[in-house]
Design a protein around this ligand. Structure first.
Ligand code: UGA
Length: 323
Protein backbone atom coordinates (compact mmCIF):
# COMPACT_ATOMS: atom_id res chain seq x y z
CA UNK A 1 0.00 0.00 0.00
CA UNK A 2 1.62 3.24 -1.08
CA UNK A 3 -0.97 5.52 -2.69
CA UNK A 4 -4.07 5.98 -0.58
CA UNK A 5 -7.23 8.07 -0.90
CA UNK A 6 -8.70 8.71 2.54
CA UNK A 7 -12.24 10.12 2.58
CA UNK A 8 -13.64 11.84 5.65
CA UNK A 9 -10.14 12.91 6.65
CA UNK A 10 -11.39 15.83 8.76
CA UNK A 11 -13.55 13.43 10.74
CA UNK A 12 -12.83 11.90 14.10
CA UNK A 13 -11.55 8.51 12.91
CA UNK A 14 -10.37 9.88 9.57
CA UNK A 15 -8.02 12.45 11.06
CA UNK A 16 -6.38 9.91 13.36
CA UNK A 17 -6.03 7.50 10.44
CA UNK A 18 -4.46 10.28 8.34
CA UNK A 19 -1.93 10.92 11.10
CA UNK A 20 -0.90 7.25 11.26
CA UNK A 21 -0.74 6.94 7.46
CA UNK A 22 1.52 9.99 7.28
CA UNK A 23 3.73 8.51 10.02
CA UNK A 24 3.89 5.30 7.98
CA UNK A 25 5.22 7.26 4.99
CA UNK A 26 2.20 6.54 2.83
CA UNK A 27 1.51 8.73 -0.19
CA UNK A 28 -1.76 10.16 1.08
CA UNK A 29 -4.51 12.13 -0.64
CA UNK A 30 -7.33 13.29 1.62
CA UNK A 31 -10.81 14.66 1.15
CA UNK A 32 -13.70 15.85 3.28
CA UNK A 33 -16.84 17.92 2.69
CA UNK A 34 -16.67 19.74 6.05
CA UNK A 35 -20.42 19.45 6.52
CA UNK A 36 -21.99 21.22 9.47
CA UNK A 37 -23.68 18.27 11.21
CA UNK A 38 -21.48 19.38 14.07
CA UNK A 39 -19.29 22.42 14.60
CA UNK A 40 -16.83 22.71 11.72
CA UNK A 41 -14.21 24.25 14.01
CA UNK A 42 -13.53 20.78 15.40
CA UNK A 43 -12.87 19.50 11.88
CA UNK A 44 -10.58 22.45 11.16
CA UNK A 45 -8.75 21.77 14.42
CA UNK A 46 -8.10 18.18 13.32
CA UNK A 47 -7.00 19.18 9.82
CA UNK A 48 -4.63 21.78 11.21
CA UNK A 49 -2.93 18.95 13.07
CA UNK A 50 -2.72 16.79 9.91
CA UNK A 51 -1.27 19.68 7.93
CA UNK A 52 1.35 20.26 10.63
CA UNK A 53 2.60 16.73 9.95
CA UNK A 54 2.76 16.82 6.15
CA UNK A 55 1.79 18.89 3.16
CA UNK A 56 -0.70 16.47 1.59
CA UNK A 57 -3.27 17.15 -1.15
CA UNK A 58 -6.51 17.87 0.72
CA UNK A 59 -9.70 18.20 -1.33
CA UNK A 60 -12.74 19.99 0.05
CA UNK A 61 -15.23 17.84 -1.86
CA UNK A 62 -18.23 15.65 -1.20
CA UNK A 63 -18.11 11.95 -2.15
CA UNK A 64 -21.76 12.35 -3.19
CA UNK A 65 -20.57 14.53 -6.07
CA UNK A 66 -19.40 12.12 -8.77
CA UNK A 67 -17.89 14.77 -10.97
CA UNK A 68 -15.82 16.35 -8.16
CA UNK A 69 -14.68 12.92 -7.06
CA UNK A 70 -13.75 11.98 -10.64
CA UNK A 71 -11.24 14.81 -10.72
CA UNK A 72 -9.47 13.43 -7.66
CA UNK A 73 -9.17 10.04 -9.38
CA UNK A 74 -7.91 11.76 -12.54
CA UNK A 75 -5.30 13.75 -10.64
CA UNK A 76 -3.85 10.85 -8.63
CA UNK A 77 -3.21 7.13 -8.93
CA UNK A 78 -4.45 5.07 -5.98
CA UNK A 79 -3.75 1.55 -4.75
CA UNK A 80 -6.23 1.79 -1.89
CA UNK A 81 -9.35 3.68 -0.87
CA UNK A 82 -10.19 4.10 2.81
CA UNK A 83 -13.77 5.33 2.94
CA UNK A 84 -14.40 6.99 6.28
CA UNK A 85 -16.63 9.75 4.89
CA UNK A 86 -20.04 9.05 6.36
CA UNK A 87 -23.05 10.27 8.23
CA UNK A 88 -22.41 8.55 11.54
CA UNK A 89 -24.88 9.68 14.21
CA UNK A 90 -27.35 6.91 15.05
CA UNK A 91 -30.17 9.05 16.46
CA UNK A 92 -29.98 11.94 13.98
CA UNK A 93 -30.68 9.47 11.15
CA UNK A 94 -34.31 9.40 12.28
CA UNK A 95 -34.57 13.16 11.87
CA UNK A 96 -32.81 13.44 8.52
CA UNK A 97 -32.53 10.05 6.83
CA UNK A 98 -31.93 11.49 3.36
CA UNK A 99 -28.38 12.66 3.99
CA UNK A 100 -27.54 9.19 5.32
CA UNK A 101 -28.75 7.62 2.09
CA UNK A 102 -26.91 10.06 -0.15
CA UNK A 103 -23.59 10.03 1.69
CA UNK A 104 -23.39 6.47 2.95
CA UNK A 105 -24.91 4.75 -0.08
CA UNK A 106 -24.47 7.02 -3.12
CA UNK A 107 -21.09 8.26 -1.88
CA UNK A 108 -19.82 4.70 -1.53
CA UNK A 109 -21.25 3.79 -4.93
CA UNK A 110 -19.42 6.74 -6.53
CA UNK A 111 -16.14 5.54 -5.05
CA UNK A 112 -16.70 1.96 -6.21
CA UNK A 113 -17.52 3.07 -9.77
CA UNK A 114 -14.45 5.28 -9.91
CA UNK A 115 -12.30 2.47 -8.54
CA UNK A 116 -13.48 0.30 -11.40
CA UNK A 117 -12.89 3.02 -13.96
CA UNK A 118 -9.39 3.78 -12.68
CA UNK A 119 -8.30 0.22 -11.81
CA UNK A 120 -8.02 0.62 -8.06
CA UNK A 121 -8.07 -2.81 -6.43
CA UNK A 122 -8.68 -2.29 -2.72
CA UNK A 123 -11.27 -0.60 -0.52
CA UNK A 124 -11.76 -0.38 3.23
CA UNK A 125 -15.25 0.68 4.31
CA UNK A 126 -16.19 1.96 7.75
CA UNK A 127 -19.25 0.07 8.93
CA UNK A 128 -20.92 -0.20 12.30
CA UNK A 129 -21.70 -2.43 15.25
CA UNK A 130 -25.22 -1.06 15.06
CA UNK A 131 -25.94 -3.63 12.34
CA UNK A 132 -26.03 -6.33 15.02
CA UNK A 133 -29.28 -5.08 16.57
CA UNK A 134 -31.32 -7.99 17.88
CA UNK A 135 -28.36 -10.41 18.06
CA UNK A 136 -26.83 -11.80 21.26
CA UNK A 137 -23.42 -10.52 22.36
CA UNK A 138 -20.62 -11.18 21.61
CA UNK A 139 -21.37 -10.25 18.02
CA UNK A 140 -19.54 -12.16 15.33
CA UNK A 141 -19.27 -11.43 11.64
CA UNK A 142 -21.28 -14.52 10.63
CA UNK A 143 -24.47 -13.17 12.21
CA UNK A 144 -27.16 -12.32 9.62
CA UNK A 145 -27.68 -8.60 10.47
CA UNK A 146 -30.94 -8.20 8.59
CA UNK A 147 -32.83 -6.09 11.12
CA UNK A 148 -31.32 -2.60 11.23
CA UNK A 149 -33.20 -0.48 13.82
CA UNK A 150 -32.13 2.91 12.46
CA UNK A 151 -31.83 4.40 9.00
CA UNK A 152 -28.16 4.86 9.81
CA UNK A 153 -27.66 1.11 10.26
CA UNK A 154 -29.71 0.40 7.14
CA UNK A 155 -27.50 2.67 5.02
CA UNK A 156 -24.33 1.09 6.41
CA UNK A 157 -25.64 -2.35 5.57
CA UNK A 158 -26.46 -1.08 2.07
CA UNK A 159 -22.92 0.22 1.64
CA UNK A 160 -21.53 -3.15 2.75
CA UNK A 161 -23.68 -4.89 0.15
CA UNK A 162 -22.62 -2.56 -2.65
CA UNK A 163 -19.02 -3.34 -1.74
CA UNK A 164 -19.83 -7.03 -1.97
CA UNK A 165 -21.26 -6.62 -5.49
CA UNK A 166 -18.15 -4.79 -6.67
CA UNK A 167 -15.91 -7.38 -5.07
CA UNK A 168 -17.86 -10.09 -6.89
CA UNK A 169 -17.85 -8.28 -10.23
CA UNK A 170 -14.34 -6.84 -10.26
CA UNK A 171 -12.48 -8.76 -7.60
CA UNK A 172 -11.74 -5.73 -5.41
CA UNK A 173 -10.03 -6.68 -2.17
CA UNK A 174 -12.50 -5.40 0.38
CA UNK A 175 -12.35 -4.92 4.13
CA UNK A 176 -15.61 -4.03 5.83
CA UNK A 177 -14.80 -2.80 9.32
CA UNK A 178 -17.56 -2.85 11.89
CA UNK A 179 -16.40 -0.29 14.42
CA UNK A 180 -17.69 -0.46 17.99
CA UNK A 181 -18.45 2.98 19.50
CA UNK A 182 -15.15 4.71 18.89
CA UNK A 183 -14.09 7.33 21.42
CA UNK A 184 -11.04 9.44 22.17
CA UNK A 185 -9.59 12.96 21.90
CA UNK A 186 -11.09 15.44 19.41
CA UNK A 187 -14.15 13.24 19.04
CA UNK A 188 -17.69 13.88 17.82
CA UNK A 189 -19.82 16.22 19.92
CA UNK A 190 -22.98 14.20 19.28
CA UNK A 191 -21.51 11.21 21.11
CA UNK A 192 -22.16 10.32 24.74
CA UNK A 193 -18.71 10.67 26.30
CA UNK A 194 -17.90 13.98 24.55
CA UNK A 195 -21.11 15.53 25.85
CA UNK A 196 -20.78 14.02 29.31
CA UNK A 197 -17.25 15.41 29.77
CA UNK A 198 -18.35 18.90 28.71
CA UNK A 199 -21.62 18.86 30.66
CA UNK A 200 -20.05 17.56 33.87
CA UNK A 201 -17.18 20.05 33.70
CA UNK A 202 -19.53 22.97 32.97
CA UNK A 203 -21.97 21.94 35.71
CA UNK A 204 -24.76 21.42 33.16
CA UNK A 205 -27.38 18.68 33.34
CA UNK A 206 -26.25 15.37 31.85
CA UNK A 207 -28.97 13.93 29.63
CA UNK A 208 -29.14 10.13 29.61
CA UNK A 209 -31.43 8.27 27.24
CA UNK A 210 -32.69 5.42 29.44
CA UNK A 211 -31.34 4.52 32.88
CA UNK A 212 -27.66 4.42 31.88
CA UNK A 213 -27.40 0.63 32.13
CA UNK A 214 -27.02 0.31 28.36
CA UNK A 215 -23.50 -0.80 27.55
CA UNK A 216 -21.06 -0.31 24.71
CA UNK A 217 -17.88 -2.08 23.69
CA UNK A 218 -16.09 1.30 23.45
CA UNK A 219 -12.95 1.26 21.32
CA UNK A 220 -10.20 3.86 21.50
CA UNK A 221 -9.59 5.85 18.32
CA UNK A 222 -5.85 5.10 18.06
CA UNK A 223 -6.58 1.36 18.14
CA UNK A 224 -9.25 1.81 15.48
CA UNK A 225 -6.98 3.82 13.18
CA UNK A 226 -4.25 1.18 13.46
CA UNK A 227 -6.75 -1.59 12.61
CA UNK A 228 -8.08 0.44 9.70
CA UNK A 229 -4.64 0.71 8.14
CA UNK A 230 -3.92 -3.00 8.71
CA UNK A 231 -7.15 -3.85 6.91
CA UNK A 232 -5.83 -2.48 3.60
CA UNK A 233 -3.84 -5.73 3.28
CA UNK A 234 -6.92 -7.95 3.44
CA UNK A 235 -7.46 -10.22 0.44
CA UNK A 236 -10.92 -11.10 -0.88
CA UNK A 237 -14.02 -9.74 0.87
CA UNK A 238 -13.90 -9.76 4.66
CA UNK A 239 -16.18 -8.27 7.30
CA UNK A 240 -14.17 -7.62 10.46
CA UNK A 241 -15.22 -6.37 13.90
CA UNK A 242 -12.96 -3.78 15.48
CA UNK A 243 -14.18 -3.53 19.05
CA UNK A 244 -12.96 -3.28 22.63
CA UNK A 245 -13.42 -7.05 22.87
CA UNK A 246 -13.56 -7.13 26.66
CA UNK A 247 -16.51 -6.63 29.01
CA UNK A 248 -18.60 -3.80 27.57
CA UNK A 249 -19.06 -0.85 29.92
CA UNK A 250 -22.26 0.87 30.91
CA UNK A 251 -22.96 4.53 30.34
CA UNK A 252 -23.24 4.86 34.13
CA UNK A 253 -19.70 3.50 34.60
CA UNK A 254 -18.40 5.90 31.98
CA UNK A 255 -19.97 8.80 33.87
CA UNK A 256 -18.37 7.60 37.13
CA UNK A 257 -14.95 7.63 35.46
CA UNK A 258 -15.45 11.10 34.01
CA UNK A 259 -16.58 12.39 37.43
CA UNK A 260 -13.42 10.96 38.95
CA UNK A 261 -11.09 12.44 36.31
CA UNK A 262 -12.71 15.87 36.46
CA UNK A 263 -13.17 15.79 40.24
CA UNK A 264 -16.78 16.90 39.74
CA UNK A 265 -20.19 15.28 40.22
CA UNK A 266 -22.73 14.84 37.43
CA UNK A 267 -26.22 16.22 37.71
CA UNK A 268 -28.21 13.67 35.72
CA UNK A 269 -31.58 13.87 33.99
CA UNK A 270 -32.98 10.58 32.71
CA UNK A 271 -34.91 10.68 29.43
CA UNK A 272 -36.77 7.83 27.70
CA UNK A 273 -34.59 5.16 26.09
CA UNK A 274 -34.20 5.92 22.38
CA UNK A 275 -35.87 3.47 20.01
CA UNK A 276 -32.95 3.58 17.55
CA UNK A 277 -30.47 2.60 20.30
CA UNK A 278 -29.14 -0.82 21.13
CA UNK A 279 -29.23 -1.99 24.74
CA UNK A 280 -25.74 -3.48 24.52
CA UNK A 281 -22.92 -4.11 22.09
CA UNK A 282 -19.98 -6.49 22.46
CA UNK A 283 -17.50 -7.58 19.84
CA UNK A 284 -16.05 -10.97 19.11
CA UNK A 285 -12.69 -9.78 17.80
CA UNK A 286 -11.14 -13.18 17.05
CA UNK A 287 -11.34 -12.57 13.30
CA UNK A 288 -9.46 -9.26 13.60
CA UNK A 289 -6.83 -11.00 15.74
CA UNK A 290 -6.43 -13.76 13.17
CA UNK A 291 -6.61 -11.77 9.92
CA UNK A 292 -5.03 -8.48 10.97
CA UNK A 293 -3.03 -9.50 14.03
CA UNK A 294 -5.01 -6.70 15.68
CA UNK A 295 -6.23 -6.17 19.19
CA UNK A 296 -7.04 -3.00 21.08
CA UNK A 297 -4.41 -1.87 23.59
CA UNK A 298 -6.27 0.95 25.35
CA UNK A 299 -8.57 0.26 28.30
CA UNK A 300 -11.66 2.41 28.85
CA UNK A 301 -10.02 3.78 32.01
CA UNK A 302 -6.92 4.96 30.12
CA UNK A 303 -8.82 6.03 27.01
CA UNK A 304 -11.29 8.18 28.92
CA UNK A 305 -8.48 9.74 30.94
CA UNK A 306 -6.74 10.69 27.68
CA UNK A 307 -10.04 12.09 26.36
CA UNK A 308 -10.59 14.18 29.50
CA UNK A 309 -6.99 15.45 29.31
CA UNK A 310 -7.57 16.50 25.69
CA UNK A 311 -10.75 18.29 26.74
CA UNK A 312 -8.97 20.16 29.54
CA UNK A 313 -6.19 21.25 27.15
CA UNK A 314 -8.68 22.34 24.48
CA UNK A 315 -11.36 23.94 26.61
CA UNK A 316 -11.16 27.18 24.64
CA UNK A 317 -12.22 25.30 21.53
CA UNK A 318 -14.78 22.99 23.18
CA UNK A 319 -16.53 25.68 25.25
CA UNK A 320 -17.98 27.20 22.06
CA UNK A 321 -19.06 23.90 20.52
CA UNK A 322 -22.83 23.49 20.55
CA UNK A 323 -23.99 20.00 21.49
C1 UGA B 1 -21.69 5.12 18.14
C2 UGA B 1 -21.30 6.04 16.99
O1 UGA B 1 -21.83 7.32 17.18
C3 UGA B 1 -21.74 5.51 15.64
O2 UGA B 1 -21.19 6.30 14.63
C4 UGA B 1 -21.23 4.09 15.50
O3 UGA B 1 -21.62 3.56 14.28
C5 UGA B 1 -21.78 3.25 16.63
O4 UGA B 1 -21.30 3.79 17.87
C6 UGA B 1 -21.30 1.82 16.50
O5 UGA B 1 -20.80 1.22 17.43
O6 UGA B 1 -21.44 1.26 15.43
P1 UGA B 1 -23.74 5.09 19.77
O7 UGA B 1 -23.64 3.72 20.30
O8 UGA B 1 -25.08 5.72 19.64
O9 UGA B 1 -23.09 5.19 18.32
O10 UGA B 1 -22.74 6.00 20.65
P2 UGA B 1 -22.98 7.13 21.73
O11 UGA B 1 -23.44 8.40 21.13
O12 UGA B 1 -21.73 7.20 22.53
O13 UGA B 1 -24.20 6.59 22.61
C7 UGA B 1 -24.06 5.54 23.51
C8 UGA B 1 -25.28 5.50 24.40
O14 UGA B 1 -25.32 6.71 25.16
C9 UGA B 1 -26.61 5.44 23.63
O15 UGA B 1 -27.51 4.58 24.28
C10 UGA B 1 -27.12 6.87 23.69
O16 UGA B 1 -28.52 7.00 23.63
C11 UGA B 1 -26.59 7.33 25.01
N1 UGA B 1 -26.47 8.79 25.06
C12 UGA B 1 -25.84 9.49 24.08
C13 UGA B 1 -27.05 9.46 26.12
O17 UGA B 1 -27.64 8.83 27.02
N2 UGA B 1 -26.98 10.81 26.16
C14 UGA B 1 -26.35 11.53 25.19
O18 UGA B 1 -26.32 12.77 25.29
C15 UGA B 1 -25.75 10.85 24.13
Amino acid sequence: MTNVLLTGAAGFIGSKTAELLINDGVNLVACDNFNDYYDVRLKEHRVQHIKSLADIPFYNIDIENYSDLSKVFENHKFDSIINLAARAGVRYSIENPFVYATTNIIGTLNLLELMHKHNVGQITLASSSSLYAGEETPFNEEMPVNNPISQYAATKKSAEMLCYSYHHLYNFNTAILRYFTVYGPAGRPDMSYFRFIKWIDEGKTVEIFGDGTQSRDFTFVDDIARGTILSTNVKGYEIINLGGGKTPVTINYMIELIEKYLGKNANISYKPFHSADMKETGADISKAEKLLDWQPYTSIEDGLRISVDWYLKNKDLVKNIIL
